[in-house]
Structures are given as C-alpha cells and as structure tokens.
Write a protein that binds this ligand. Structure first.
Ligand SMILES: Cc1cc2nc3c(=O)[nH]c(=O)nc-3n(C[C@H](O)[C@H](O)[C@H](O)COP(=O)(O)OP(=O)(O)OC[C@H]3O[C@@H](n4cnc5c(N)ncnc54)[C@H](O)[C@@H]3O)c2cc1C
Length: 400
C-alpha cells in the first residue's frame, strides 16, 4: 500500500516536535526510518530565539527512547520568584537549560543517523490532498521537489505553514516575547547556583507574564538568558501605553543593563487553548503548531512528549489506513503535557489577570507552593492532599 507514496509520514519541521516524532516512529513504533521524511526550511544547525529551559519531563521522554542530551547545558537547581524587593527561593531540580541551536541540531542529527530522511534547507511550499480512498498528500518543497506522503505531522511551529496551507481555522491567539543573552551582572544572585528567576514585577506595569533570568552556557561560559513573556490576554501593550519592549527596558535597567546596548530578538508564541485543533484528516498537529503552555510560554518538553504520542497514532494509522486522529487528540489531552496545557490555559488569567494577586502572593511567600509548582513543571502528578493544601493556602492568601 505504502509503495504508492515516497514516504509513509512527512514531518514538516525539524524542531523538538518533529525530531521527537521521527525518533519515536523509528525507535519505538517500528516504522522503517527510510519511510519517514523530515522537511525543514532552515539548514541545521539553525538559530532559534528561545531561553532553552527544558523541563525534566522532556528529558525523561527522550531518555526512555535512549536519547541522552550531550550538548552543553546549565542545570536548573531551583527557582527564585521575585516581586520588587521580595524574593521567594526554592531549591529543587527542574531540568536543564540548553542552547536551541545545539539541542535541536543534535536531536535532528540523531534521527538522521537512525536512517530518517532529513531534508533540511527544504521547506514546505504547497500541499495537495490526494483523491480516492488512498488519500495521502503531495507536498511541494521550496527546492521545487515533490514529495508524496501517506500522512503529515505538522511540526512547523508557531506560524505553521501546514496549518495555513490546509486552511485549518484556529482561534486567534498570540503571546509576545523578547529574548537576549548577556554576561552576568551583580544582581544575578541565583545564576551561579543554577537558579532560574521569574520576576513578576512587570505585572505592575500592566503586562501579563514575567521577566526571566536563566543560567545558560554560551561559548563555554556561564552567561544569562534574559527576556520577557507577555501572555497577551487582553491587550498587546500595557495600559499606560508602554510597549512590551519599554517594560523590558525598565526591567533590564533595574539590573544595570542598557537596552540600547543589547541585541534583542522579538518573537511570538502560539499558546494552547481548549479549542486548539489537533488534527484534520491525514494530518496531526504536533508541538507549537498545536499549542504551548500559556502560563509559562514554554513548549520544548511539551513538543517532545507530543511527538511520542503522535508517533503512536501515526503508526496505528499506517496499519489501519484510517486518516482520523481523534484518539491522538484524546491521548494528548489526557497526557501529562495535555493536562498541563489545559491547566495552564485555565490558570493564566488567575495568575496574571487582575484577580491574580493572591496567587502571586502565595507563590512569592510559600515555599510549599513553589515546590509544588516545580514538581508540576517536572511533570509529576500532585496528590489530592497536596492540591487541598494548595487550595487552602491560596484561600488564606486571599485574605492576607
Ligand atoms: C523567546 C522565546 C523563549 C522561549 N523560551 C522557552 C523555554 O525556556 N523553554 C521552553 O520549553 N520553551 C520556550 N519557548 C517556546 C519554545 O521555543 C517552543 O515551544 C518550541 O520551539 C516548540 O517546538 P516545535 O518543535 O513545536 O517548534 P519549533 O522549535 O519552532 O520548530 C519548528 C520548525 O519548523 C520549521 N518550519 C517552519 N516553517 C516551515 C516550512 N514551511 N517548511 C518546513 N519547515 C518549516 C522551522 O524552521 C523550525 O525548525 C520560548 C519561545 C520563545 C520565542
């Protein structure tokens, strides 16, 4: 049956979602690697604006597949939550911070070594659905080549070309970020200890998100990835008319860094919302093409776990011939990642919105709350008693 096609699966996008899908197909699902192609418009190693924090959840999924991360990394030993002069610090392992250029290239290269056909520097330009019961797709690439594939995994990130070309309608949503790297400065009290800083002071400026300082290994030395995440729930800018960039400028100035002297990179994210589309006939959306965590703005570990689930359902579809992926959507939503995405979409207004003061105060003042948040971030289930204790603490901080 598959001989009618060049490939069983065409994966569009070679980021963590695409590589994870390819690796799981080849290593876990027993799909012949040379029947899988990854198309990416960028030539790897490619640049990717990102802070690079990878939750332990994503590392565990890779490790279960026999993929260990060997690129330089900084360990995340805990968190500091800041607001003005108040600092809440908790030591608890969280995962690692990598450079995306290196991490993504290593994952994609591993898939290539496994025998997957990796065609980087060759993007998707057009896609046509096949007629008849065999269906499938013809993909036209930016190099003018034609690729016929039975199924497509759309792992092409926030701006997903596949989604646009197939006319998959989506709720409007967009988060805004700026990212930069600098040397350490005097106020970076947590960086050497491997602590990641989330500064909530920017909420006072009307933004909905946080400013971050993360340790990062750049060119062999410990430096700092800094940036700002604005979940953009109600408005693109702060009510005072300040832009996200103005607020970032003030956060940097508090650390003695002149925004005019650093190289800034703006980017948008595509947060997961409950109405996000997971699939259309013959096509799965994986990673940020589906959606990422709206509260943290993060999506690397989520992309990796979604790739695992996508591979299971692609392999199933190759045996059954069915182009329907309802079960994929159900499994993603029931997975650790799916639960996180749904909880985050619910939490975001309760943390960053006008009603969010008690939740922020709780996070800032309670070590128990921060430890639970870290365990949640690592993908662990919180017991009923923990959830009750969190609910009680939150209720108390309503009246504090
Ligand atoms: C500033 C910033 C900071 C962030 N910090 C963090 C963080 O610390 N931790 C975290 O977990 N997440 C973070 N994120 C989010 C994270 O970057 C994404 O969630 C993650 O990259 C999603 O992985 P993906 O594989 O789905 O998509 P991507 O990594 O975006 O990969 C998509 C790939 O598709 C390719 N592509 C696009 N169009 C086409 C086409 N037409 N044809 C072929 N290929 C195509 C692209 O070249 C790209 O390689 C951050 C994002 C930003 C913007």
């Amino acid at each position: 049956m598959s001989a009618a096609f060049d490939y069983d699966v065409a994966i569009v996008g070679g980021g963590p979602a695409g590589s994870s899908t390819a690796l799981h197909l080849a290593r876990r699902e027993g799909v012949r690697p040379d029947r899988v192609v990854v198309l990416d418009k960028a030539k790897f190693p490619r640049d990717k604006p990102c802070a690079g924090a990878v939750s332990q959840l994503g590392l565990d999924v890779l490790s279960a597949l026999g993929v260990e991360v060997t690129v330089p990394s900084a360990t995340m030993n805990g968190v500091r939550v800041l607001e003005g002069d108040v600092v809440g610090e908790t030591l608890e392992p969280m995962g690692i911070v990598i450079r995306r250029t290196e991490f993504d290239a290593e994952l994609l290269e591993t898939a290539r070594r496994d025998g997957v056909h990796v065609r980087d520097g060759e993007g998707l330009r057009a896609v046509t659905r096949g007629d008849g019961p065999r269906g499938g797709f013809t993909l036209e690439t930016t190099l003018g080549a034609t690729v016929r594939a039975r199924f497509i995994a759309a792992a092409d990130g926030a701006g997903s070309t596949t989604r646009k070309l197939l006319g998959i309608r989506e709720p409007e949503r967009k988060g805004h970020l700026y990212v930069l790297d600098t040397e350490r400065v005097a106020l970076d009290a947590g960086i050497e200890r491997g602590l990641v800083d989330f500064d909530l002071s920017i909420l006072e400026d009307g933004l909905e998100g946080y400013y971050w300082d993360f340790p990062t290994m750049l060119d062999g030395s410990l430096q700092v990835s800094r940036g700002i995440y604005h979940a953009n729930l109600t408005r693109p800018d702060a009510p005072s008319g300040e832009s996200v960039k103005d607020v970032l400028g003030r956060a940097l100035a508090r650390r003695g860094i002149d925004i005019a002297k650093v190289k800034l990179r703006p980017f948008s994210t595509r947060p997961f919302v409950p109405r996000s589309t997971a699939w259309v006939l013959g096509v799965l959306l994986v990673g940020e093409a589906y959606g990422i965590d709206q509260t943290t703005g993060e999506g690397i570990a989520q992309a990796i776990e979604m790739g695992r689930i996508a591979a299971t359902h692609l392999a199933g579809a190759l045996s059954s011939g069915s182009p329907r992926f309802e079960a994929y959507e159900r499994e993603v939503r029931a997975s650790t990642t799916g639960r996180h995405l749904l909880q985050s979409a619910w939490m975001v207004r309760r943390v960053y919105g006008r009603v969010g003061h008690p939740a922020r105060r709780f996070l800032l003042r309670s070590g128990y709350a921060r430890r639970a948040a870290i365990r949640w971030y690592r993908g662990e289930n919180l017991s009923t008693s923990t959830q009750l204790r969190l609910g009680l603490g939150l209720a108390r901080s309503l009246f504090a």
